[in-house]
Design a protein around this ligand. Structure first.
Ligand SMILES: Cc1cc2nc3c(=O)[nH]c(=O)nc-3n(C[C@H](O)[C@H](O)[C@H](O)COP(=O)(O)OP(=O)(O)OC[C@H]3O[C@@H](n4cnc5c(N)ncnc54)[C@H](O)[C@@H]3O)c2cc1C
Length: 389
């Protein structure tokens, strides 16, 4: 392989570039990213960075002395992927082309927005450093914050804004926050976490729209209520950035459809991170996981696939893992709760926010959840990996 182009210059793209060099690839390496920034870490954007506890330099994912011998094309959006003989050609928005025989797709995800809210001042999403800068500046002014969506980003923004002294309301359509990943029983514990800190949580109600002429002044709910707001954060999930691959021959279905080793439907093309929907051999389905650890770890396997196309055996992926920090509580979760028929607290007490719970299906562990129990969690996470491998 003579040239590899990595499209997406964030955690998964950087991890893939590192894996390429680690696995002995010595050829030309081009890293294409549409943001103007060098790779930075996103988890702190809703936590320490938003709170003002750390600065931009602290977000850097590269070390000062790191040299991947790569050509960085930053501020360059990929708009298409074509095939020319054995080469793949990445087309860029500025008209340039990058010709390569290996491609890593790592274009991540973008925050979903509410229709009709573009250009309304005071309304934010949180995905990028630029988003976080803008939101941090507004939160510093104080006032009433309404967070739409009680998922991870919404809950973390609520927790950070509460610590900054804002008046915070969270609106969540599901019966509890995090009902999707954690299930409603454990989601109820997260509800109590918000309530204990004086954050209003309105669950089981949808958002009809926002009001305000040039600046938002309220969030209008489906049940007719109007919640006054100076700042609104829309935390309603993210969608994979894969439009640029339409018509390329890469199969798309909720992201880039991949095998259990990261290969796509196009030879010489692999996909990693939040944009990639990898085949899960246990469940027999494709899953797109939007977690830091997957974006960090899976590029190793995808790069091995790329460098030895057709000669590798897919390994068994570890169960997905994520963490979240809310109101001083560390939440850690591994596995898949969907399909579990029981969840039991095995150690500690849920009321103390210091416990470990195991989700089981037909008696077999399928997921583990911990609050403020990192050591116990690591032990159970290993057991879960062993049980599912
Ligand atoms: C605020 C926030 C907090 C988070 N907190 C946690 C946490 O506590 N725990 C956890 O497990 N996970 C957390 N995550 C998720 C984690 O950060 C992501 O899983 C991880 O960033 C995914 O990395 P990625 O490289 O796949 O995608 P991304 O980080 O989204 O990077 C993709 C890059 O590709 C670029 N790109 C997109 N389209 C193109 C194109 N056409 N051409 C060129 N470049 C393109 C994007 O601009 C972006 O720079 C958080 C995410 C956010 C936003």
């Amino acid at each position: 392989m003579r040239t590899v182009a990595v499209v997406g210059a964030s955690l998964a793209g950087l991890s893939a570039a590192r894996s390429l060099r680690k696995q002995g690839y010595d050829g030309r390496l081009v890293i294409i990213g549409d943001e103007p920034h060098r790779p930075y870490d996103r988890p702190p954007l809703s936590k320490e960075f938003l709170a003002g506890g750390i600065g931009e330099a602290d977000l850097a994912l590269e070390s000062d002395d790191e040299d991947l011998r790569a050509e960085w094309l930053l501020g360059s959006r990929a708009t298409g992927l074509d095939t020319d003989g054995t080469d793949r050609v990445v087309r860029l928005a500025d008209g340039r082309e990058v010709r390569a025989d290996g491609i890593v797709i790592a274009t991540g995800a973008v925050a979903r927005t509410l229709p009709g809210t573009d250009g309304l001042a005071g309304v934010h999403t949180l995905r990028t450093l630029d988003d976080a800068r803008a939101l941090r500046d507004e939160l510093a002014l104080g006032g009433r914050l309404v967070v739409i969506g009680g998922g991870f980003i919404g809950a973390e923004v609520a927790s950070t804004a509460y610590a900054l002294g804002l008046d915070v309301t969270v609106v969540e359509a599901a019966p509890t926050p995090l009902a999707g990943p954690l299930g409603e029983t454990m989601g109820g514990i997260v509800s109590a976490l918000h309530a204990d800190h004086g954050v209003r949580l309105l669950c089981g109600v949808g958002v009809k729209g926002l009001s305000g002429e040039t600046r938002v002044d309220a969030v209008l709910l489906d049940d007719g209520r109007s919640i006054p707001a100076d700042i609104v954060v829309v935390g309603v999930g993210a969608r994979p950035c894969v439009e640029w691959l339409e018509g390329s021959g890469v199969d798309l279905d909720n992201g880039v459809k991949c095998g259990a080793d990261g290969r796509t439907s196009l030879a010489g093309v692999v996909a990693v991170g939040d944009c990639a929907s990898w085949y899960d051999p246990h469940a027999g389905i494709h899953r797109r996981v939007e977690h830091w650890t997957g974006a960090r770890e899976r590029p190793d396997a995808a790069v091995a696939t790329l460098l030895a196309w057709g000669a590798t055996e897919p390994g068994v992926p570890r169960p997905p893992y994520f963490w979240s920090d809310q109101y001083g509580v560390k939440i850690q979760f591994a596995g898949h709760s969907a399909g579990a028929d029981s969840v039991t607290v095995e150690e500690g007490a849920a009321g103390d926010r210091s416990f470990l719970a195991v989700y089981r299906r037909a008696g077999q562990p399928v997921a583990v959840l911990a609050m403020n129990q990192p050591r116990l969690f690591m032990r159970w996470r290993k057991q879960l990996s062993a049980a599912t491998s």
